[in-house]
Design a binder for this molecule. Structure first.
Ligand SMILES: CC(C)(COP(=O)(O)OP(=O)(O)OC[C@H]1O[C@@H](n2cnc3c(N)ncnc32)[C@H](O)[C@@H]1OP(=O)(O)O)[C@@H](O)C(=O)NCCC(=O)NCCS
Length: 132
């Protein structure tokens, strides 16, 4: 099966909403991703196979040297084939090429092996505050 990888590639709201709902186990929303991505993101990575979008990751940033990984998503049907790892690798390459010095991510404990061992992040102290 052919896989296509793109940085800042064209993506439809419906396909990200569907992948997001599958990945985070909720009812599909009607979010305007394309508007949000174009306005707030350094970029985003998409992975497509013959059936459509199977992988997505959003890279937001501070406009300077910090980039942040958000919403790393791989469709159930395509998991554990290295797609998530490659999505993050492309995000890393492109963030570096854009002049960023740091790539941040936060995640639940069960994904330590994915982000630390597979993707190459190192542990650090970080903080998080729930606002609502
Ligand atoms: C997390 C996610 C993106 C991983 O995508 P993936 O394409 O399946 O990951 P990869 O195939 O690149 O995994 C590489 C390695 O990371 C580790 N890994 C991947 N998923 C893992 C999981 N769910 N639990 C523990 N380790 C995992 C494994 O070591 C894996 O190698 P292996 O398959 O040889 O054992 C995918 O499971 C997903 O979309 N999850 C739901 C949404 C989510 O929680 N996203 C993260 C938000 S922070």
């Amino acid at each position: 099966m052919t896989m296509t990888w793109e940085w800042r590639g064209t993506v439809r709201n419906e396909e990200i909403n569907e992948l997001h709902a599958e990945g985070f186990d909720h009812v599909p929303a009607a979010d305007d991703w394309t508007e949000r991505l174009s306005r707030l993101s350094l970029g985003w990575v998409t992975a497509r196979d013959d059936e459509g979008l199977v992988g997505f990751v959003n890279v937001i940033w501070d406009g300077h040297v910090h980039a942040f990984i958000e919403d790393t998503l791989v469709a159930h049907r395509a998991r554990r084939q290295g797609i998530g790892k490659r999505l993050v690798a492309v995000a890393e390459e492109q963030s570096r090429a854009a002049g960023c010095e740091w790539l941040h991510v936060d995640f639940d404990d069960h994904l330590k092996s994915f982000y630390f061992d597979a993707c190459g992040f190192r542990p650090t102290s970080a903080g998080l505050m729930q606002l609502r």
